[in-house]
Write a protein that binds this ligand. Structure first.
Ligand code: FES
Length: 248
């Protein structure tokens, strides 16, 4: 069974093997959560469900919660969500397989995304992807055999002003180059402490990020630098020219 949340993830090797064998399908090697894991998940789930008028509205955060346990939305995770929300498993699977942030096989401890959408692509994102994929030997949504790194081709991260952009566990790494991208992944593999360009100084694991996305904060949301530089350039120009938004 997988680790508790909050610490370093321990991706199950059986899950990695299952994921590697089936790129599109879900890994289905689960045998049910251990009683102490289930008890903890139920406690967290009840807190999340209590925020919504109807339990089923909590499905998206609960999918992040079970992802924080297993590093992907496992068969156990689907069953847990269905049971606690009074949904059929088919309804839960229908939702989890629609959104790309829910993984169908174990993501790496560090899930590395390269934006290949239009602006990042022309600014070098395509080149970064090609070189990083070759450097790691990983294709889209593949995880390294040691469970440390997974790669994903991402669509626009709404950070085009810092193109080309990468994300690791959904934290921004701005203005990347093929060389900086390869260095970043090598440093992550070597266990070096890495700081994102924006946000908290310390990079969390994929499981820890999933827990935050489930709505259980780690207290770091306000840490580190936020929008600056190019993001505020338009505002500065508008102020200098006395431009205002049109009256409605
Ligand atoms: S195109 Fe890459 S962040 Fe928008």
């Amino acid at each position: 069974m997988s680790s508790t949340t909050g610490g370093e993830p321990t991706v199950r090797q059986t899950d990695v093997a299952a994921g590697a064998a089936n790129d599109e399908g879900s890994a289905t090697m689960d045998k049910g959560y251990a009683p102490e894991v289930r008890e903890r998940l139920e406690r967290d789930a009840k807190e999340i469900i209590g925020r919504y008028p109807k339990p089923r509205s909590a499905l998206l955060p609960l999918l992040h919660l079970v992802q924080s346990e297993d590093g992907y939305v496992s068969d156990d995770g689907h069953e847990f969500c269905a049971e606690i929300l009074g949904l059929s498993k088919a309804e839960v699977v229908g939702v989890s397989t629609f959104y790309t942030m829910y993984k169908r096989k174990p993501a790496g401890q560090y899930h590395v995304g390269v934006c290949i959408n239009t602006l990042c692509a022309v600014m070098g994102g395509d080149q970064i992807w090609d070189e990083l994929s070759e450097h790691t030997g990983l294709e889209h949504n593949e995880t390294s055999p040691d469970g440390k790194i997974s790669l994903e081709r991402l669509e626009c991260n709404a950070a085009c002003d810092f193109a080309p952009v990468m994300m690791v566990n959904w934290e921004f790494f701005d203005n990347q180059t093929p060389a900086s991208a390869k260095q970043l992944v090598d440093d992550l593999k070597d266990g070096k402490e890495i700081s994102p360009t924006r946000g908290p100084k310390k990079l969390c694991s994929f499981k820890e990020a999933s827990r935050v996305l489930s709505g259980l904060p780690d207290g770091l949301a306000g840490d580190g630098p936020s929008a600056n530089g190019p993001s505020l350039e338009g505002l500065k120009i508008a102020k200098a020219n006395g431009w205002k938004a049109p009256e409605s």
